[in-house]
Write a protein that binds this ligand. Structure first.
Ligand code: ATP
Ligand code: MG
Length: 238
């Protein structure tokens, strides 16, 4: 006997520690705008990244800080890597976090809104389609989107009946070829909508990216993580 039984939290933390034996911290990012807009935040924390994932094609990138490496994953996979502890922390849009949370509630610590990759989640329709009339008539709308959870919640709150059609990309096409009456998609300048004769008719929620942190890493590697979290918070508020 003797020796106390570790709590479930400690047990998970120790297994994770064993699996990756405290190498460098791992930050999960998607390439494209999130990568590009994260570089200045890293620079403000004194960290430089020599390679660009667009040209190098590498999925694991070292940084000028031997205690920090980056992994490049799809935007919608960032929360999964962080939740399972394959990355200690990551950067993901609220759009992605909202869909992830519906499947995996409460798994991620989200300490900082980084105010990068800003856009809006919107309802859009073909120019000339009378969205308000359709809503008021109570006709059942067909809505195509990658953001099924956010869309379901939005229309439920409005009391509008919708048939949701899950798509994985090129949502703008759906109203043009009769797949849907409306789409729910991210809009920044509106240029893509305009190029496809669509108009935004409703804003659902403003979007930006958040820092997300694995809960076990936050406990076992706080001394390494906290200064980076603080530096990100300072840089994104500046
Ligand atoms: P995947 O390729 O994994 O399906 P994706 O195509 O949505 O992801 P990106 O288009 O690079 O990936 O978008 C990544 C994140 O950037 C989104 O989750 C969102 O938070 C943000 N984002 C998307 N579109 C815009 C935009 N037009 N302006 C600003 N930020 C955007
Ligand atoms: Mg994409």
């Amino acid at each position: 006997p003797g020796g106390r039984v570790p709590s479930h939290g400690e047990d998970v933390a120790q297994r994770q520690e064993g699996r990756r034996s405290a190498g460098p911290l791992t930050l999960a990012l998607s390439k494209g705008r999130i990568f590009d807009e994260t570089m200045p935040l890293l620079a403000a924390a004194g960290v430089e990244v020599a390679e660009n994932p667009e040209s190098s094609r590498k999925l694991i990138l070292p940084t000028s800080d031997p205690g920090l490496r980056l992994i490049i994953v799809r935007a919608s996979d960032v929360p999964t890597y962080v939740q399972y502890g394959a990355a200690d922390f990551g950067i993901a849009g609220k759009d992605v976090l909202f869909e992830h949370a519906a499947q995996h509630p409460g798994g991620l610590y989200q300490p900082v809104d980084l105010n990068i990759a800003k856009c809006r989640l919107c309802v859009a329709v073909r120019q000339g389609f009378d969205y308000e009339a359709a809503v008021h008539q109570g006709s059942r709308l067909r809505v195509a989107t990658k953001y099924v959870q956010a869309a379901r919640e939005h229309f439920a709150a409005k009391g509008v009946y919708v048939d949701l059609i899950k798509l994985y990309g090129s949502m703008e096409l759906a109203p043009l070829v009769g797949l849907a009456d409306a789409i729910v998609d991210l809009v920044s300048t509106g240029g893509t909508l305009k190029a496809n004769n669509l108009v935004a008719v409703e804003e659902i929620v403003p979007i930006s990216s958040r820092l997300i942190v694995n809960q076990a890493s936050l406990k076992t590697r706080a001394a390494e993580l906290q200064p980076l979290i603080d530096a990100f918070a300072r840089a994104s508020a500046a």
